[in-house]
Ligand binder design. Structure first.
Ligand code: HEC
Length: 117
């Protein structure tokens, strides 16, 4: 019986820790972070503006909304830009007349800066 209790305790602890590692990384909202994001340069500021216009409604704060969380997505930025251009499933693709090449790179810079602030 004692053996099982220990085993169950170990399992619960492991599950708790791994849930925290997996789920906490995506959360960036202000009440938890207690600090505000300040873009380090104009490109990141522009990326934030474009993100707010086109992406925020489905990926609020880089967290899950209609779409999945982006903050915890380890894929390289070019993959994210590809997905933004071409879309996937419910996510629409954004053509060059909607988001220019430079703007899309700015969104990348913003996502990276936001993820690690
Ligand atoms: C209409 C809602 C919507 C908008 C607007 C939108 N997305 Fe998405 N996004 C989604 C959905 C839904 C998925 C999941 C697609 C799938 O896997 O089928 C997704 C997936 C993604 C993924 C992959 C995440 C993962 O873990 O699979 C990235 C990166 C992403 N979106 C970035 C963006 C960026 C950048 C923008 C703005 C340029 C954007 N999205 C705009 C709905 C949206």
């Amino acid at each position: 019986m004692r053996k099982y209790t220990t085993l169950i305790l170990v399992l619960f602890t492991f599950t708790g820790i791994s849930c925290c590692i997996v789920s906490c990384v995506a959360r960036k909202s202000e009440p938890i972070k207690q600090k505000t994001f300040t873009p380090a340069n104009d490109r990141i500021a522009n990326g934030e503006r474009v993100y707010m216009m086109h992406c925020q409604k489905c990926h609020p704060g880089g967290e899950g909304g209609l779409g999945p969380a982006i903050n915890s997505n380890p894929a390289p930025q070019f993959v994210k830009r590809f997905q933004s251009r071409h879309g996937l499933g419910v996510m629409p693709g954004f053509k060059k007349n909607e988001i220019s090449k430079r703007d899309l790179h700015d969104v990348s810079k913003y996502i990276r800066a936001w993820k690690s602030y």
